[in-house]
Ligand binder design. Sequence first.
Ligand SMILES: [Zn+2]
Length: 216
Amino acid sequence: MKLKRYKRFFKEIWIKINFKKIFAEEITLQDLSTAASISSGTNKYRKIRNKIKGTENKLAKYLELQINEQEDFVIAKFLTEGTHTFDVQTVTFDNGSVDKKDENVYEIWLKIEQIFSYLKTNPKNEITTQDIKDALKVCPVRVHCNCYAFLYQGSQYRLDQLDASIYHCDIPATTWEKLRPDNLLCKHSYGVIRQINFYIPQITMSLKKYLGLTKK
Ligand SMILES: [Zn+2]
């Protein structure tokens, strides 16, 4: 069957069309915060993980806001702990001392594009706190997590297909595809995005400081 060769290609197209149905235009944080952006499998593990470690707003820490007004974007950065600690990272030295990396930490980046353009659209030519909060949710978003799942389970590839990945990726998921056929986000990025309302005031505050809108 010659068609077999193209099976995966068709599958990726199908996924693209399917997600395009959900995300008609540019993808925003509001879009991604729906359960549609994660496969049931990952959602299951996320729930198990939360049982052990608490929900993500207790886990992920908002780090900072990288601001580039000239290129019209901001990047909100978060830090989260991994699910497991791996023994492979335990190193025993010749003198018998043990250097154990006792936690895996992942960084999640949410890049919000066209945000300064959006903020300029206020008819009164001023920027309110609500404008910033709205902008964070309705401007185009690009996502990145530096965990292995994000790359190898196809999140980065699929997001890139939808112009929603910070970094370009042309490697579709292979091994994990059956298990995670429709993953758009890893559990870390999904965890942050799912609870984005918890973080929005913090991100808003960073931007207000930059714009000189905080009270002295
Ligand atoms: Zn991740």
